[in-house]
Design a protein around this ligand. Structure first.
Ligand code: FAD
Length: 567
């Protein structure tokens, strides 16, 4: 509690310092407020201060911080990061999941030159090859983790550790620190676009509510929407695209520009809550001296069977960074009894009856149990993706608005969406942060290729990300959404199918590919290639199945029905 308070005070102090430093100028008259999110305030925007900046990064999650660091490395300055949390190290317990940065995500960390340092605060694949399963009958078994040890080492670290790590890489370097200003504790409320996007002076305006309730408008030529799955920047663009009549006439996609496409899956709708655990709890209640280790992975299986009766597991993922508490994910159907409990005491009693193998009193504090019972947790979303991810501002062209870009028309700027703002999905394949880092890398590559000309780089970025965003969302339902034990029968059928695909892919690799779950671990394949291979395998399986049915019918006919025809 004290730590939280201290973080809050420091963030407030830091914000005040930046507020004094930032250049303030009267609100530009050409900004038309077409796309602000509905606001609860009645304060007139015209009297609010407008701060001008070079680059505005909306959202200080993994993508926002990686983008800020990357742009500072390329020599951009006057970069401002808006983030509603009070600091990078703020502990959001319901987001305290573990990221697995695989070879895809490492393409970015390699380019930033931070992979080796990241290893120091992460658990690596060789350290995380086994899962210890402790059943309610107190039996203990160890099984290999579902990771391919031949693949490049992956780094496992909690969200808070990743954010602190990225933030520290900025803070420790004088140049980056001077180039980037963080505004923690600020909430983005809406986006406005100018009347004429192609005017050389065109700037977007982002409306922000500060911690003390005041509103500030940020005016800039470059906005990066890294504000997650409910992105205000994306909804602002969608509202603008729908409202702006003149722009429509030139656009082919019209109303659904910046709209979301949804794909359902068997894991969508599952509820999750995260429970913070005490360190050094015994592996089982039977042996109080055999203590769990933070860097190892454990799975405690409940007494009730998985599925509709409400059974679930306590999954303890490995953790290395000091000072971060260990957590257990509880992922189950919304109707599971654990989600119906309303007090900490009820929760402790319930856990004791469901997990007789655990010394619950040494695992969970009553205060934490109380917090857990009150927390709404979260719901796995349906996969959602947005095919459009950019609008050009200031002198450029292209960008799906029907205007052909002429080279040499200036470097322009634009509004660009990255990460969960353009693709969000359940965490079944551990792909979220990796595809998000690939977005960052892709935008940087496009900017490098176009010599920093945003008006040429953004359409390139949009084209390549649209393919990948859709592909990963299509892969989620056919990956392994049954893994959470909420539909045991389907999980068994799925595992049979997985076994069959593994066998066929080994026997005839030219016709059949391995299951999606395994292909996603092959970092040499991008998600669109995995999707293509999965579709091809399914097509070939259908043909094979059809051929087998025809062959069987032929055999039956030959034996029983029409033997005379074949003699
Ligand atoms: C339960 C769960 C488990 C997950 N597990 C994994 C996993 O194991 N592996 C994996 O790779 N991915 C996982 N993900 C997905 C992963 O978290 C995201 O893909 C990844 O964080 C994307 O990063 P981002 O920066 O685009 O968005 P986010 O991480 O969502 O960051 C957005 C940032 O913007 C800030 N923000 C949002 N709105 C505003 C606003 N209006 N004003 C100011 N700030 C704002 C937020 O506070 C946040 O810091 C999981 C997701 C969930 C929900």
């Amino acid at each position: 509690m004290m730590l939280l308070l201290l973080q809050f005070v420091l963030a407030a102090a830091s914000f005040m310092q930046h507020a004094v430093q930032a250049y303030t100028h009267p609100r530009s008259s050409y900004v038309r407020m077409v796309a602000s999110a509905p606001s609860s305030t009645s304060i007139d925007d015209d009297i609010m201060p407008t701060r001008k900046c070079n680059i505005l990064i909306c959202g200080g999650g993994p993508v926002g911080l990686a983008m800020a660091l990357s742009l500072a490395q390329r020599g951009y300055n006057d970069i401002h990061v808006l983030e509603r949390n009070p600091s990078a190290s703020y502990f959001e317990v319901d987001k305290s999941y573990l990221y697995r940065i695989d070879g895809r995500g490492q393409k970015l960390t390699d380019q930033l030159g931070i992979t080796e340092r990241m290893a120091e605060v992460s658990t690596t694949t060789p350290e995380f090859l086994n899962i210890t399963i402790i059943k309610s009958d107190r039996s203990v078994t160890t099984v290999p983790a579902p990771a391919d040890p031949r693949q490049k080492t992956a780094y496992w670290l909690p969200r808070r550790a990743l954010l602190s790590f990225l933030h520290s890489r900025i803070e420790e370097n004088d140049t980056y620190r001077d180039a980037i200003t963080f505004h923690y504790g600020t909430t983005i409320e809406g986006l406005s676009l100018p009347e004429n996007l192609q005017s050389m002076e065109a700037e977007a305006c982002v409306r922000v509510r500060c911690m003390d309730g005041t509103i500030v408008n940020y005016s800039t030529t470059k906005v990066l929407g890294c504000d997650g799955m409910n992105s205000k920047i994306r909804t602002g663009l969608a509202a603008w695209a729908t409202e702006d009549g003149e722009w429509h006439i030139q656009s082919k996609k019209e109303h659904d520009r910046f709209g979301l496409h949804y794909i359902d899956s068997k894991s969508a709708g599952l509820r999750y809550k995260i429970l913070t655990l005490l360190d050094d709890s015994p592996l089982t209640i039977m042996d109080p001296t055999n203590i769990t280790k933070k860097e190892l992975c454990y799975s405690y299986v409940s007494k009730s069977k998985a599925g509709s009766q409400g059974g679930f597991r306590l999954g303890l993922l490995p953790l290395k960074m000091a000072g971060i508490p260990r957590t257990a994910n509880i992922i189950a159907r919304s109707t599971t009894p654990i989600f119906m409990l309303t007090t900490g005491l009820e929760l402790i009693e319930y856990l004791k009856s469901e997990f007789p193998q655990c010394d619950i009193d040494r695992m969970i504090e009553l205060e934490e149990a109380e917090r857990f019972a009150k927390s709404p947790g979260g719901i796995f979303p349906k996969s959602q993706y947005c095919l459009e991810s950019q609008v050009i501002l200031g002198g450029g062209g292209g960008g799906g608005n029907g205007v052909v870009y002429k080279q040499g028309e200036g470097c322009g700027g634009g509004i660009v969406l990255l990460g969960d703002a353009i693709h969000a999905f359940p965490p079944d394949l551990g792909a979220g942060v990796n595809i998000a880092f690939l977005d960052v890398l892709n935008l940087l590559d496009a900017l490098d290729e176009c010599n920093g000309d945003w008006s040429r780089a953004l359409p390139q970025y949009e084209e390549s990300r649209a393919i990948q965003s859709r592909a990963i969302c299509e892969l989620i339902p056919i990956g392994f959404p049954e893994q959470y034990n909420h539909m045991p029968m389907r999980k068994s059928i799925k595992l049979l199918g997985v076994g069959m695909r593994v066998a066929l892919s080994k026997a005839i690799p030219s016709l059949f590919s391995p299951p999606v779950f395994f292909m996603c671990q092959d970092v040499n394949l991008d998600y669109s290639q995995v999707w293509e291979k999965a579709k091809r395998t399914t097509r070939n399986l259908i043909v094979l199945g059809f051929a087998m049915i025809v062959a069987m019918l032929g055999t039956i006919l030959r034996k029983f029905a029409l033997p005379s025809l074949f003699t």
